[in-house]
Design a protein around this ligand. Sequence first.
Ligand code: DX5
Ligand code: ZN
Length: 222
Amino acid sequence: MPVPTTTLLAPSILSADFSRLKESIDIATAAGAEWMHCDIMDGNFVPNITFGPFIVQTIAACTSMIIDTHLMIADPDRYIEDFVKAGSHQITVHQEACPHLHRTIQFIKSLGAKAGVSINPGTPVSTLESVLPDLDLVLLMSVNPGFGGQKFIPSSVGKIARLHTMRLNVNPAMVIAVDGGITEENAQEVVSAGADALIAGTAFFKSVDPARTAAKIRAMTR
Ligand code: DX5
Ligand code: ZN
Protein backbone atom coordinates (compact mmCIF):
# COMPACT_ATOMS: atom_id res chain seq x y z
CA MET A 1 0.00 0.00 0.00
CA PRO A 2 1.33 3.46 -0.86
CA VAL A 3 2.30 5.96 1.83
CA PRO A 4 -0.49 8.55 2.26
CA THR A 5 0.38 11.77 0.44
CA THR A 6 -2.32 14.34 1.26
CA THR A 7 -2.15 16.19 4.56
CA LEU A 8 -5.01 15.48 6.91
CA LEU A 9 -6.09 18.27 9.27
CA ALA A 10 -7.34 17.51 12.76
CA PRO A 11 -8.46 20.57 14.73
CA SER A 12 -8.20 19.98 18.47
CA ILE A 13 -11.50 20.84 20.11
CA LEU A 14 -9.54 21.74 23.27
CA SER A 15 -8.88 25.22 21.85
CA ALA A 16 -12.49 25.81 20.77
CA ASP A 17 -14.98 28.07 22.52
CA PHE A 18 -16.94 25.52 24.60
CA SER A 19 -19.81 27.93 25.08
CA ARG A 20 -20.30 27.54 21.31
CA LEU A 21 -19.32 23.92 20.86
CA LYS A 22 -21.59 23.15 17.89
CA GLU A 23 -20.56 26.35 16.11
CA SER A 24 -16.88 25.47 16.59
CA ILE A 25 -17.40 21.98 15.17
CA ASP A 26 -19.27 23.47 12.21
CA ILE A 27 -16.31 25.80 11.54
CA ALA A 28 -14.01 22.76 11.41
CA THR A 29 -16.42 20.85 9.14
CA ALA A 30 -16.80 23.82 6.79
CA ALA A 31 -13.01 24.18 6.66
CA GLY A 32 -12.77 20.62 5.29
CA ALA A 33 -11.03 19.15 8.33
CA GLU A 34 -10.85 15.36 8.18
CA TRP A 35 -10.63 14.50 11.89
CA MET A 36 -12.00 16.07 15.06
CA HIS A 37 -9.27 15.62 17.68
CA CYS A 38 -10.60 15.12 21.22
CA ASP A 39 -8.02 15.56 23.99
CA ILE A 40 -8.88 13.52 27.08
CA MET A 41 -6.84 14.38 30.19
CA ASP A 42 -7.23 12.86 33.64
CA GLY A 43 -5.17 15.03 36.01
CA ASN A 44 -2.97 11.99 36.64
CA PHE A 45 -1.08 10.96 33.51
CA VAL A 46 -1.03 14.68 32.64
CA PRO A 47 -1.52 17.61 35.03
CA ASN A 48 -4.70 18.88 33.38
CA ILE A 49 -8.30 17.57 33.33
CA THR A 50 -10.57 17.98 30.30
CA PHE A 51 -13.67 15.94 29.51
CA GLY A 52 -15.00 12.41 29.19
CA PRO A 53 -17.12 10.17 26.95
CA PHE A 54 -20.27 12.24 27.41
CA ILE A 55 -18.73 15.26 25.69
CA VAL A 56 -17.20 13.04 22.98
CA GLN A 57 -20.69 11.66 22.34
CA THR A 58 -22.01 15.22 22.06
CA ILE A 59 -19.24 16.13 19.60
CA ALA A 60 -19.78 12.96 17.54
CA ALA A 61 -23.49 13.74 17.24
CA CYS A 62 -22.64 17.13 15.69
CA THR A 63 -20.39 16.00 12.84
CA SER A 64 -19.58 13.32 10.30
CA MET A 65 -15.84 13.95 10.70
CA ILE A 66 -13.70 11.11 12.01
CA ILE A 67 -13.64 11.33 15.80
CA ASP A 68 -10.00 11.01 16.78
CA THR A 69 -9.73 10.48 20.53
CA HIS A 70 -6.39 11.05 22.24
CA LEU A 71 -6.37 9.43 25.67
CA MET A 72 -3.86 11.17 27.94
CA ILE A 73 -4.99 9.06 30.87
CA ALA A 74 -3.48 6.45 33.18
CA ASP A 75 -4.75 2.88 32.75
CA PRO A 76 -6.64 3.68 29.51
CA ASP A 77 -7.94 0.09 29.15
CA ARG A 78 -10.58 0.95 31.74
CA TYR A 79 -12.19 3.59 29.53
CA ILE A 80 -11.48 2.59 25.90
CA GLU A 81 -14.84 0.88 25.43
CA ASP A 82 -16.71 3.92 26.77
CA PHE A 83 -14.96 6.20 24.29
CA VAL A 84 -15.67 3.84 21.37
CA LYS A 85 -19.34 3.65 22.38
CA ALA A 86 -19.36 7.45 22.54
CA GLY A 87 -18.54 7.53 18.82
CA SER A 88 -14.72 7.55 18.59
CA HIS A 89 -13.49 6.08 15.29
CA GLN A 90 -9.85 6.19 16.37
CA ILE A 91 -8.46 5.67 19.85
CA THR A 92 -4.91 6.67 20.66
CA VAL A 93 -3.29 5.61 23.91
CA HIS A 94 0.09 6.63 25.29
CA GLN A 95 2.96 4.16 25.15
CA GLU A 96 4.03 5.52 28.55
CA ALA A 97 0.64 4.65 30.11
CA CYS A 98 0.36 1.07 28.80
CA PRO A 99 2.42 -1.73 30.39
CA HIS A 100 0.74 -4.22 28.03
CA LEU A 101 0.70 -2.12 24.90
CA HIS A 102 0.21 -4.96 22.43
CA ARG A 103 -2.85 -6.17 24.33
CA THR A 104 -4.29 -2.66 24.51
CA ILE A 105 -3.90 -2.20 20.74
CA GLN A 106 -5.67 -5.51 20.06
CA PHE A 107 -8.43 -4.50 22.47
CA ILE A 108 -9.06 -1.22 20.60
CA LYS A 109 -9.21 -3.10 17.29
CA SER A 110 -11.54 -5.74 18.70
CA LEU A 111 -14.04 -2.94 19.40
CA GLY A 112 -13.96 -1.90 15.73
CA ALA A 113 -11.93 1.30 16.17
CA LYS A 114 -8.61 2.22 14.62
CA ALA A 115 -5.71 1.90 17.02
CA GLY A 116 -3.11 4.57 17.63
CA VAL A 117 -0.19 4.96 20.00
CA SER A 118 1.23 8.29 21.11
CA ILE A 119 4.72 8.99 22.43
CA ASN A 120 5.87 11.95 24.50
CA PRO A 121 8.76 14.18 23.40
CA GLY A 122 11.09 12.31 25.79
CA THR A 123 10.21 8.85 24.44
CA PRO A 124 12.24 7.52 21.49
CA VAL A 125 10.46 6.20 18.39
CA SER A 126 12.39 2.92 18.77
CA THR A 127 10.01 2.00 21.64
CA LEU A 128 7.31 1.46 18.98
CA GLU A 129 9.26 -1.02 16.90
CA SER A 130 7.49 -4.21 18.06
CA VAL A 131 3.96 -2.84 17.73
CA LEU A 132 4.40 -0.85 14.52
CA PRO A 133 2.98 -3.58 12.22
CA ASP A 134 -0.26 -3.57 14.28
CA LEU A 135 -0.88 0.18 14.33
CA ASP A 136 -3.24 2.31 12.28
CA LEU A 137 -1.55 5.49 13.46
CA VAL A 138 1.19 6.94 15.62
CA LEU A 139 0.57 10.28 17.29
CA LEU A 140 3.93 11.86 17.82
CA MET A 141 3.78 14.54 20.53
CA SER A 142 5.68 17.67 19.60
CA VAL A 143 4.92 19.29 23.00
CA ASN A 144 4.68 17.72 26.43
CA PRO A 145 1.02 16.71 26.70
CA GLY A 146 -1.32 18.52 29.05
CA PHE A 147 -2.04 21.90 27.53
CA GLY A 148 -2.83 23.57 24.24
CA GLY A 149 -0.94 26.62 23.06
CA GLN A 150 2.62 25.38 23.72
CA LYS A 151 5.64 25.86 21.51
CA PHE A 152 6.66 23.14 19.02
CA ILE A 153 9.75 21.20 20.20
CA PRO A 154 12.23 21.27 17.25
CA SER A 155 13.74 17.80 17.96
CA SER A 156 10.35 16.37 16.95
CA VAL A 157 11.26 16.79 13.29
CA GLY A 158 14.06 14.21 13.52
CA LYS A 159 11.71 11.82 15.33
CA ILE A 160 9.11 12.13 12.56
CA ALA A 161 11.77 11.36 9.95
CA ARG A 162 12.98 8.29 11.87
CA LEU A 163 9.45 7.01 12.32
CA HIS A 164 8.73 7.57 8.63
CA THR A 165 11.74 5.41 7.70
CA MET A 166 10.62 2.71 10.15
CA ARG A 167 7.08 2.54 8.79
CA LEU A 168 8.18 2.34 5.16
CA ASN A 169 9.65 -1.07 5.93
CA VAL A 170 6.92 -2.66 8.02
CA ASN A 171 3.65 -0.73 7.72
CA PRO A 172 3.57 1.93 4.98
CA ALA A 173 -0.19 2.48 5.37
CA MET A 174 0.22 3.55 9.00
CA VAL A 175 -0.56 7.23 9.49
CA ILE A 176 1.91 9.54 11.22
CA ALA A 177 0.09 12.30 13.10
CA VAL A 178 1.89 15.13 14.88
CA ASP A 179 0.37 16.93 17.85
CA GLY A 180 1.38 20.16 19.55
CA GLY A 181 2.50 23.62 18.52
CA ILE A 182 1.64 23.15 14.84
CA THR A 183 1.41 26.42 12.93
CA GLU A 184 1.14 27.52 9.30
CA GLU A 185 4.85 28.31 9.58
CA ASN A 186 6.16 24.91 10.72
CA ALA A 187 3.60 22.67 8.99
CA GLN A 188 5.63 22.22 5.80
CA GLU A 189 8.75 21.09 7.67
CA VAL A 190 6.68 18.58 9.65
CA VAL A 191 5.00 17.20 6.52
CA SER A 192 8.31 17.05 4.63
CA ALA A 193 9.75 14.95 7.46
CA GLY A 194 6.97 12.38 7.05
CA ALA A 195 3.78 13.53 8.82
CA ASP A 196 0.43 12.71 7.20
CA ALA A 197 -1.94 14.31 9.73
CA LEU A 198 -1.49 17.54 11.67
CA ILE A 199 -3.33 18.27 14.90
CA ALA A 200 -3.94 22.00 15.28
CA GLY A 201 -5.65 23.52 18.29
CA THR A 202 -4.54 27.12 18.73
CA ALA A 203 -3.48 27.63 15.10
CA PHE A 204 -6.94 26.63 13.89
CA PHE A 205 -9.46 27.79 16.49
CA LYS A 206 -7.68 31.03 17.46
CA SER A 207 -7.05 31.95 13.83
CA VAL A 208 -8.83 35.05 12.52
CA ASP A 209 -9.67 32.93 9.47
CA PRO A 210 -9.77 29.21 10.36
CA ALA A 211 -10.86 28.21 6.83
CA ARG A 212 -7.80 29.91 5.34
CA THR A 213 -5.49 28.31 7.92
CA ALA A 214 -7.05 24.93 7.19
CA ALA A 215 -6.63 25.35 3.43
CA LYS A 216 -2.94 26.23 3.86
CA ILE A 217 -2.23 23.27 6.14
CA ARG A 218 -4.16 20.79 4.01
CA ALA A 219 -2.27 21.93 0.90
CA MET A 220 1.09 20.83 2.36
CA THR A 221 2.61 17.88 0.52
CA ARG A 222 5.86 15.95 0.76
C1 DX5 B 1 -1.72 18.61 24.10
C2 DX5 B 1 -2.84 18.09 23.23
C3 DX5 B 1 -2.89 18.74 21.89
C4 DX5 B 1 -3.21 20.21 21.93
C5 DX5 B 1 -2.82 20.85 20.64
O1 DX5 B 1 -1.66 17.88 25.28
O2 DX5 B 1 -2.68 16.71 23.03
O3 DX5 B 1 -3.80 18.07 21.04
O4 DX5 B 1 -4.56 20.45 22.16
O5 DX5 B 1 -2.98 22.21 20.78
P1 DX5 B 1 -2.02 23.25 20.10
O6 DX5 B 1 -2.20 23.10 18.63
O7 DX5 B 1 -2.49 24.57 20.64
O8 DX5 B 1 -0.61 22.92 20.54
ZN1 ZN C 1 -3.90 15.75 21.41
